[in-house]
Design a protein around this ligand. Structure first.
Ligand code: IMP
Length: 194
């Protein structure tokens, strides 16, 4: 069965292709000639992921899934959350986002945070949601060069190093996105074995 991942990022698409259930052929937005920047106007990850999947399902008539991720910081009442990419402005500048995050946490003892990914799947007209979470805390300063986004300031629970100090396969094994994708692939495997 053909499945479209609502992403313009060919690297993300390739990564998921590697682990998808047998019997599914994965395409990205580029493969179906969708060039639009699909809006994410909502205040929750669930609504944004669903909206993106519904948009592509409606417009292109394909089975598809979309994801949305946020960093939720307890001392900031869950911010930056859905605003993670644009926390410091429209430029989606990771350095500026991290600076703003560390500034907002100055003097705060509670640095607990979690990354949360939600995947919305629409298959044969039915909608499903899958969630992946990794708990951890925000460091006092940046460490590490791997990864992207907030990786240099996030230490997952049970670890001594930031995501940016870990080899990518290790991050993927325990990350929010890795966990959500695992749930998605388990579900797809159960469909293909029916
Ligand atoms: P997206 O929904 O995957 O585009 O993620 C939204 C924003 O959350 C990104 O622009 C990053 O700032 C942040 N983010 C998402 N996933 C990660 C991650 O694995 N590490 C660090 N930051 C992330």
């Amino acid at each position: 069965m053909e499945l479209v991942f609502v992403s313009h990022n060919p690297h993300k698409v390739e990564e998921i292709k590697e682990i998808l259930a047998p019997g599914f052929s994965l395409k990205g937005l580029g493969d179906i000639c969708c060039k639009e920047d699909i809006p994410e106007p909502h205040q929750t990850l669930e609504e944004n992921a669903l909206e993106k999947a519904r948009y592509v399902n409606r417009k292109f008539g394909v089975n598809c899934f979309a994801d949305d991720t946020g960093l939720e910081v307890d001392a900031l009442n869950g911010l930056p959350g859905v605003h993670s990419a644009r926390f410091a402005g429209e430029a989606k500048d990771s350095e500026a986002n991290i600076r703003k995050l560390l500034k907002n946490l100055e003097g705060k003892k509670n640095r607990r945070a979690r990354f949360r990914t939600v995947i919305a799947l629409i298959i044969s007209g039915k909608e499903y949601l899958f969630e992946g979470v990794v708990n951890g805390h925000i460091t006092l300063e940046k460490a590490g060069k791997e990864g992207f986004g907030y990786d240099p300031v996030f230490i997952p629970e049970g670890y001594q190093t930031t995501f940016a100090q870990m080899p990518l396969p290790e991050k993927n094994r325990i990350s929010h996105r890795g966990r959500a994708i695992k749930k998605l692939t388990r579900f797809l495997r159960s469909l293909s074995s029916d």
